[in-house]
Write a protein that binds this ligand. Structure first.
Ligand code: HEM
Length: 211
C-alpha cells in the first residue's frame, strides 16, 4: 500500500479543488468574450449538465481507483468531488430556473408535466442533497458507519437518474448518454463483484477464526 505524505496530500487537494473549478472558469471566460454562440443559455445548460454527471461518475470511481492503485488516501478526494457534482448540478438547475424560465413557476410546472426528462433531472439533483448534507465526519459519527454507507448508496441512484434524464432528453444521437450509462454500469459491476468477494472472504475467515 502506497501512502501519500500529509503535506503533499494537502497540496494535491488544493490543486484538485482549483482544477474542478476549470469548467466554470471556461464557461465564464467564454461568456465574457461572447464565445457562447447563438444560444448561450443552451450551451451553459448542456455544459453544466454534463459536468454534473461527469463529477458524479468521477466520485463513484474513487473507491475502485484507490483499490486498484493501492493508495487508500485517495478517499480524501471523494467528498470534494461529490460536492462539486452538487455544485455543477445546482448551477445547471439555476440556469434552467433563472436564465431559461425566469422563475416562472407556471412554466416550470408545465414543463415537469410535459417533459419527463425534467422530472428525472430533478430526482437526480434531489438525491444529491442528503449526501451533501451528511458528508461531514460528524455525520458519519452520528449515523454510524454502516447506516452512513447505506445512505450514501443513493449516489448510484442519482447517477442513474442523471443518465435516464440524458437518454430521455436527446432526440437522435444516443451515443453520449449511453457512454455515461456504460461507465455507470461498469462501476456498479465493480461494486457488486468486490462486495461479493468481501462476503466470501469473511465467510471463509469466520470459521477459521472460531476453529
Ligand atoms: C435539477 C433539475 C434539472 C433540470 C430542471 C434539468 C434540465 C435540463 C435541461 C432543460 C436540459 C437541456 C435539454 C435540451 O437542450 O433539450 C438538460 C440537459 C442535461 N442535463 Fe439536466 N436538469 C436537471 C438536473 C440534472 C442533473 C442532476 C444532471 C446530472 C446528474 C443533469 C444532466 C444533464 C445532461 C448530461 C444534459 C445534456 C447535456 C448535453 O446535451 O450534452 N441534469 N437538463
Amino acid at each position: 500500500m502506497a501512502k501519500i505524505p500529509e503535506p503533499i496530500l494537502r497540496s494535491l487537494k488544493v490543486v484538485v479543488l482549483l482544477l474542478c473549478l476549470g469548467p466554470l472558469m471556461v464557461l465564464m471566460w467564454k461568456a465574457t468574450h461572447d464565445l457562447l454562440g447563438a444560444n448561450p443559455v443552451d450551451v451553459i445548460t448542456r455544459s453544466t449538465g454534463r459536468w454534473t454527471l461527469t463529477f458524479l461518475l468521477i466520485t463513484l470511481g474513487v473507491t475502485p481507483l484507490r483499490k486498484l492503485v493501492r493508495i487508500p488516501s485517495l478517499v480524501r478526494f471523494r467528498r470534494m468531488l461529490g460536492l462539486y457534482a452538487l455544485f455543477y448540478g445546482t448551477l445547471h438547475l439555476m440556469t434552467y430556473v433563472w436564465l431559461d424560465k425566469f422563475f416562472d413557476v407556471q412554466a416550470m410546472l408545465h414543463d415537469i408535466a410535459k417533459r419527463r426528462f425534467i422530472t428525472a433531472g430533478m430526482t437526480a439533483w434531489a438525491l444529491m442533497l442528503p449526501l451533501a448534507l451528511t458528508s461531514t465526519a460528524g455525520s458519519i459519527r452520528r449515523l454510524g458507519g454502516k447506516r452512513w454507507q447505506r445512505l450514501h448508496r443513493l449516489i448510484y441512484f442519482s447517477a442513474a437518474a442523471g443518465v435516464i434524464h440524458f437518454i430521455w432528453l436527446v432526440k437522435a444521437d444516443l451515443k453520449r448518454p449511453l457512454t455515461y450509462g456504460a461507465i455507470l454500469l461498469l462501476l456498479l459491476g465493480y461494486r457488486a463483484v468486490s462486495s461479493a468477494i468481501t462476503r466470501v472472504r469473511s465467510r471463509q475467515t469466520v470459521p477459521a477464526a472460531s476453529a
